[in-house]
Design a protein around this ligand. Structure first.
Ligand SMILES: Cc1cc2nc3c(=O)[nH]c(=O)nc-3n(C[C@H](O)[C@H](O)[C@H](O)COP(=O)(O)OP(=O)(O)OC[C@H]3O[C@@H](n4cnc5c(N)ncnc54)[C@H](O)[C@@H]3O)c2cc1C
Length: 317
């Protein structure tokens, strides 16, 4: 079922979770172990992130180095199929521009369609670790909007391969990313919002946001979107802070601010358990307020912290 249909049919705020594929070498059971306790909350769907490969230098026996492409977290599509089969709920793979040609994307979308996957979260992806800024493949997409256009085209039976006449129509509901605190490459929030509107106008079904720790930023973002004529549902992405290191890591990697009240409390915490308690309480308050605001869904980035998410969601049901 499409995310938009889940939202239309909902009687209350929905819950959804996001998982990362496990590190290569681990089995699907690690995904089930992570998700099993959270299934109690009957999530409407599970997102599965996509991780592109990285170039690494590996030492050879003769002492020289060779450059190899390593994917540390493969398996997005397989995990989605496994989740759908195991839990009988929808799974949403993230698809990215980086590392893919348009033809490879077309083939990947055909696989997803054949698997009965109705939803994709359409993203550009970040620059590869060895690149200063994002570089598309030679025949790849530059922006998420270009990838979105390909998805929408396939929904109309239009394939890259123009030998295909009367191509079968896929029926994907495509989500897009939004940034309440602005995407870090955008010169300002206004331009970033115009780019978001471009994606919405192309036919995206909903927006899923980057994590944020100050709800006011989300409320302002929703208002700015609505003022600009973006009408699709906006789903807040939520993540707990559980240790002191995250106070610098999260702003560096995700370009988000941490409110002073939260950072002060975490800095004063004596143990990791105290940090986790503070982070959980903050997330519970954020979730309650967002629910009251009327968000259609609370989407949790579970990233290795299913217990914290469990402790949070149990306060909401
Ligand atoms: C909910 C969520 C889930 C994510 N999941 C993953 C994941 O699984 N794997 C992964 O690798 N990354 C993931 N990311 C990270 C994401 O790939 C990065 O934030 C990336 O840098 C931008 O992706 P985007 O889809 O927002 O890109 P875009 O929409 O292409 O925007 C990128 C930048 O370009 C600008 N821009 C957009 N269109 C144009 C245009 N036509 N002309 C000029 N400028 C333009 C935008 O303002 C923005 O600054 C996720 C992010 C979010 C918020």
């Amino acid at each position: 079922m499409k995310i938009t249909e889940h939202i239309e049919q909902a009687k209350d705020t929905l819950i959804s979770f996001e998982v990362l594929p496990p590190l290569k070498g681990k089995t699907i059971n690690s995904v089930y172990d992570h998700l099993d306790p959270l299934m109690e909350f009957k999530p409407s769907w599970i997102n599965v992130t996509y991780h592109r490969s990285e170039s690494m230098f590996k030492k050879k026996l003769d002492g020289t180095f060779e450059k190899v492409e390593v994917r540390k977290r493969p398996g997005t599509v397989g995990i989605c199929a496994a989740i759908m089969n195991h839990y009988k709920i929808d799974a949403v793979p993230h698809i990215i521009c980086g590392g893919f040609t348009k033809r490879e994307t077309e083939d990947a979308l055909i696989d997803l369609d054949f698997l009965g996957i109705d939803n994709v979260l359409v993203l550009r992806g970040d620059a590869a670790k060895n690149e200063a800024s994002f570089e598309p493949e030679k025949d790849g997409h530059h922006y998420a909007s270009d990838l979105l256009e390909q998805v929408i085209n396939m929904n109309h039976g239009i394939y890259i391969d123009d030998d295909i006449k009367n191509g079968g129509k896929t029926n994907f509901c495509a989500g897009i990313a939004g940034y309440p605190e602005k995407h870090f490459e955008a010169p300002n929030l206004e331009i970033d919002l115009q780019m978001l509107k471009q994606k919405a106008d192309l036919g995206a079904g909903y927006i899923m946001t980057q994590m944020f720790f100050d709800n006011q930023k989300f409320f302002d973002f929703v208002k700015a979107c609505r003022d600009l004529g973006i009408t699709i549902p906006i789903i807040p992405g939520l993540k707990p802070i559980t240790n002191k290191k995250q106070l610098s890591v999260l702003p560096r990697i995700f370009h988000v601010d941490i409110p002073t009240e939260l950072s002060n409390a975490i800095m004063k915490a004596k143990t990791d358990a105290d940090c986790e308690q503070i982070g959980t309480e903050w997330l519970i308050q954020q979730s309650k307020e967002l629910k009251e605001f009327g968000v259609p869904v609370l989407h949790y980035y579970t990233l290795g912290k299913p217990k914290v998410i469990w402790n949070t969601v149990k306060e909401l049901v």
